[in-house]
Design a protein around this ligand. Structure first.
Ligand code: GLA
Length: 744
């Protein structure tokens, strides 16, 4: 690169965070967005604006009038026009006369509940801040800047360091907060968000993702109305039920146009999102830790780090917003060797044989995997302790050599000799009551004294907030991983957390400390085994979030492998999460979760919108099916890098349209993989046309199978007719390549 170019870049970066001394306005600038806040005369940090790029100071948006029953801070004297209940704020505390939802609530040493935060100082640094012990966006020094603003309650001396990370080119702003007890008595943090956004004007739709086990992340779009809308988890995990990621959109925003804001919490435990339209039609949204089962005690000098929220905004619709988050998660959340590497095509034993297998079964799967061109065999649940069903054995991480008929090392050796990699399933956070571990250490499970614990899948949760428990399990898991050439681990977590108690002194902090314990375990595991690909899982997608993706670059998307249901699950997942994160397999029919029969072709096309693999017994397939799978694996491998790193476009809405369609487009727009599955079949049906997106309008594209050519403009404006035919859930896949040198 020429020295001049470097200089220009440095200047651009220096502009990302500006503090204008004269009116104490902070302006954070990304390529297409502006974020502004202001320290006002009383030291309150007021939020001014977050949205598409604007010039100038946005404090003209603030208006002042006497509002009945909206009180005025003491230091405003007799000025009745200045009220925290009305003004937009950056990090509103409970107890200061703002009656909307607060970002932070503290019980002080004297029992009072008030957190009146005022500006003290700030600092701008090159590079992106990190959060000790917690997952967070990372960036190269020159890719990001950090703004740290110190606020303090002058009476209680509670301090909050607000952290802002600005990734200018990515149009991403991250927020976090560190709450410190700067006083001399113990305090309790009762509520803590990492991001608050106040909008003084406008109407907004809220797009959230709800679901259940085996049917995660359905899209729900509602208007933000008067009242408080809360969505979150108190299950100890981010949950199947509500994902910690939401979009605020101007009404009418579509895939291709309109202003929208994304917020994703980089955390895998309990969370709370709130949206409120207030008495003056202003909108406040908050993302942070759940305020239930949470009362975090801080002794003088101690701090609590509130996990990060990633913010993104675009004026160009939901598709652009999604691609922005895909890039951010792929390049600034996922880490390690596999973050950018093509993932192995794997054959998982779960739906092939459940608990009923021997070492020979796994080796037979490996032979099939080799014959079908797959890369890896994964031995799922059932290989350890006494574990022939899901009622026992969790916690006993010793290989059941009797069941395998050999040592783990020997079995892996046989598998590797076939040219096949080996992966294994674990569920470190759990214990079965029927296990050696539980018999020896019943107090290691989360329990409330005097009460029978709530069982989930007949298992209890180990207290990962305790160092000794974590240490023991870490050693046991490492002892297994050291037995052979293990190249993949599926980290499962198969119940919600109840009985939140870890002794009298730990009340109120257990779940946060538990999550920190899991992250610490994963951090140590990934540093010790940097070559191992870890796939997260929690009964499928019960902990599918950006926090886990920091340690596990892919997550089993759902226990539902039915291709038709997956269309919806993967559609909802795609709003924030990149395809490289989505664990997706071809399974047998009739499908084990729904009984539905879909063609192998359809199952393949759907699983290719993910990390791709198989979860069936090839021994039960016909020769034709095996031949088809061989071709499918080849097709996937040809397209793997386009699928994992290309731009993802949603081309229809599977909740509404008769056809579910999506496409991957390479960065230079030369290659396209178009996918469509008919979701309905009727007599004498209208033709479904799919309009592509993201192509070069003037480039000629050739369908690699049919040889037909079309201009990008035609494909984007008129679309392609999906070939008709009989039968439900027909899939269609087309690879299009730019014809070199042909442009109009
Ligand atoms: C969970 C996972 C499955 C499988 C089973 C094993 O349900 O989501 O994929 O691993 O556990 O018990």
């Amino acid at each position: 690169m020429k020295p001049q170019a470097i200089q220009i870049k440095a200047v651009e970066i220096a502009m990302a965070i500006v503090f204008r001394e004269k009116n104490r306005i902070f302006a954070l600038e990304t390529a297409h967005t502006t974020y502004q806040m202001k320290v006002d005369d009383y030291g309150f940090l007021l939020h001014l604006y977050y949205g598409g790029k604007v010039s100038g100071d946005m404090d003209y948006l603030l208006t002042y009038s006497d509002r009945g029953f909206s009180g005025n801070p003491y230091d405003a004297g007799l000025d009745r026009t200045y009220s925290m209940d009305v003004l937009p704020q950056e990090y509103p505390g409970l107890g200061i006369g703002d009656f909307r939802s607060s970002a932070v609530a503290v019980r002080n040493g004297d029992g009072s509940e008030c957190c009146d935060l005022r500006y003290v100082s700030h600092e701008v640094r090159q590079g992106k801040y990190g959060l000790k012990g917690l997952p967070a966006v990372y960036a190269q020094e020159q890719e990001a800047q950090t703004l740290e603003i110190l606020l303090e309650d002058p009476v209680s001396k509670v301090q909050v360091r607000l952290l802002y990370g600005v990734l200018e080119r990515e149009d991403i702003i991250t927020r976090s907060a560190v709450i410190r007890n700067g006083g001399s008595c113990e305090i309790t943090v009762e509520k803590a968000a990492s991001a608050c956004l106040d909008f003084v004007t406008g109407e907004y739709d809220l797009l959230g993702f709800y679901g259940r086990h085996a049917m995660e992340r359905n899209l729900q779009r509602t208007r933000v109305n008067h009242g408080i809308f809360r969505m979150g988890s108190r299950r100890g995990t981010s949950s199947h039920q509500y994902n910690p990621a939401v979009i605020l959109a101007q009404p009418g925003t579509t895939e291709d146009a309109g202003g929208c804001w994304g917020m994703i919490f980089v955390y895998s435990g309990n969370f709370l999102f709130e949206a409120e339209r207030d008495q003056f039609d202003q909108t406040r949204v908050l993302m942070g830790l759940s305020d239930e089962l949470f009362h975090y005690p801080l002794n003088p000098g101690e701090s609590l780090i509130v996990p990060e929220t990633i913010l993104g905004h675009t004026e160009e619709g939901l598709g652009t917003l999604s691609r922005m988050f895909h890039r951010c998660i792929r390049n600034h959340i996922c880490r390690g060797k596999y973050a950018h590497e093509t993932r192995p095509v794997l054959l998982n034993s779960w739906e092939a044989s459940y608990f009923d297998f021997s070492g020979e079964t796994i080796c037979a799967l490996a032979r099939d995997a080799a014959a079908l061109g797959m890369d890896m065999v994964v031995m799922d649940d059932g290989w350890f302790g006494k574990r022939d069903d899901d009622n026992s054995g969790l916690g006993d991480w010793t290989v059941n050599e009797e069941k395998l008929g050999c040592t783990l090392g020997e079995m892996i050796g046989r598998i590797n000799a076939l040219g096949v990699k080996f992966g294994i399933w674990v569920e470190p956070e759990m214990v079965s009551e029927d296990s050696e571990l539980y018999r020896a250490h019943p107090d290691w499970a989360l329990r409330i004294p005097g009460r029978g614990p709530v069982r989930g899948r007949n298992q209890l949760v180990l207290d990962f907030s305790r160092q000794d428990v974590k240490e023991y399990i870490f050693d046991r898991i490492c002892a297994v991983l050291d037995q052979g050439n293990i190249e993949y681990v599926k980290w499962d977590m198969n119940r919600s957390i109840t009985d939140v108690y870890s002794g009298e002194n730990c009340q109120g902090r257990v779940l946060y400390d538990y999550m920190a314990g899991v992250y610490d375990f994963l951090e140590r595991l990934t540093s010790r085994y940097p070559h191992i690909l870890i796939e997260g899982c929690s009964g499928g997608g019960g902990r599918f979030d950006a926090g886990m993706l920091y340690y596990t670059p892919q997550i089993w998307c759902s226990d539902n492998t039915d291709a038709a249901d997956r269309l919806r699950i993967q559609y909802g997942t795609s709003f924030f999460y990149p395809v490289s994160a989505v664990g997706s397999h071809v399974s047998a029919v009739p499908n084990h979760q729904t009984g539905r029969i879909t063609s192998l072709h359809t199952r393949g096309v759907v699983a290719m919108a993910g990390t791709f693999g198989y979860e069936l017994d090839p021994g039960k397939l016909t020769e034709e099916e095996k031949a088809e799978i061989r071709e499918q694996v080849k097709a996937y491998k040809r397209a793997a890098s386009l699928i994992q790193t290309g731009d993802y476009y949603r081309l229809s809405d599977p909740f509404r349209d008769t056809c579910a369609a999506w496409a991957f487009v390479s960065e230079n727009r030369d290659r396209v993989l178009l996918n469509a599955v008919m979701t309905e079949i009727h007599g004498n049906m209208p033709v479904s046309y799919v309009r592509l997106k993201g192509l070069e309008p003037e480039t000629l594209y050739r369908d690699t199978k049919t040889g037909e050519t079309y201009y990008g403009s035609a494909l984007m404006r008129a679309g392609l007719p999906i070939p008709g035919g009989m039968g439900e859930y027909r899939a269609y896949q087309a690879e299009l390549e730019a014809v070199k040198g042909v442009r109009t």
